[in-house]
Design a protein around this ligand. Structure first.
Ligand code: C5P
Length: 225
């Protein structure tokens, strides 16, 4: 099944810590496609707001931050901080903010940078709202405990102080906010394939994803052709 655009689009959605980023990066490398972590965009808007001292629920300030977003903001080293995660999911409930960030994501998918033939996007609403015509849609999920464990380890490994119980609490709060919001709530697209990664390691998730993508699109990674 081909998408409407010439670019091949792979959409990976799911809650925090389900393994989307790890999988999406590996897929992009395997197929030589561009990669966009759409959560980074919301994190960058959240971080900008925290800088200004405005509350993340201040919709005018959030919209201004979204409009003024500088591509360099996506490179900030503090985007994985817990405070930024919380601010990101608070700005993400605001429809005007989502609308302001929509075009950037669609353009990236349809015309990937560096002339790449396709794009892998991971997030919450890639398959449902950003790229409803994506060629392959995967919805990754896992138990909150497994997801909190992974996020906790990731934070510790990157030198950020982290307490497991707080990460779990934060994941549950974000799940609630992401799933219950009116604007683009977190849910699998009707034509997405759901993959529960609770008991799988990264290699197993990658192998299953490749199998699913090959079944849906007939495409295989460059080194397997
Ligand atoms: O994926 P990540 O944890 O980096 O995303 C941070 C927050 O940004 C999420 O909790 C979610 O509220 C929001 N987000 C979103 N839509 C996306 C990606 C992220 O609402 N496509």
């Amino acid at each position: 099944m081909a998408g409407k655009q010439d670019s091949v689009i792979i959409a990976i959605d799911g809650p925090a810590g389900a393994g989307k980023g790890t999988l999406a990066k590996r897929l992009a490398e395997a197929f030589d496609y561009a990669y966009l972590d759409t959560g980074t965009i919301y994190r960058a808007v959240g971080a900008r707001l925290l800088d200004t001292g405005a509350s993340a629920s201040d919709s005018a300030a959030a919209l201004e931050a979204a409009h003024n977003l500088d591509p360099r903001d996506l490179e900030r080293s503090d985007l994985r901080r817990e405070a930024v995660s919380g601010a990101a999911s608070e700005v993400a409930v605001q429809p005007a903010v989502r609308q302001a960030l929509l075009e950037f994501q669609r353009r990236f998918a349809a015309c990937p940078p560096e002339g790449k033939a396709g794009a892998v996007l991971d997030g919450r609403d890639v398959g449902t709202v950003i790229c409803p015509d994506a060629d392959a849609k995967l919805f990754l999920t896992a138990s909150p405990e497994a997801r909190a464990g992974r996020r906790h380890k990731e934070l510790q490994e990157s030198g950020v102080e982290s307490i497991y119980a707080r990460v779990l609490e934060d994941i549950k709060a974000r799940d609630e906010r992401d799933s219950c919001r009116a604007a683009a709530p977190l849910k699998p697209a009707e034509d997405a394939v759901t993959l529960d990664t609770t008991a799988l390691n990264a290699d197993e998730v990658f192998a299953q994803a490749l199998r699913i993508i090959a079944e849906i699109t007939g495409r295989t990674p460059i080194q397997q052709r």
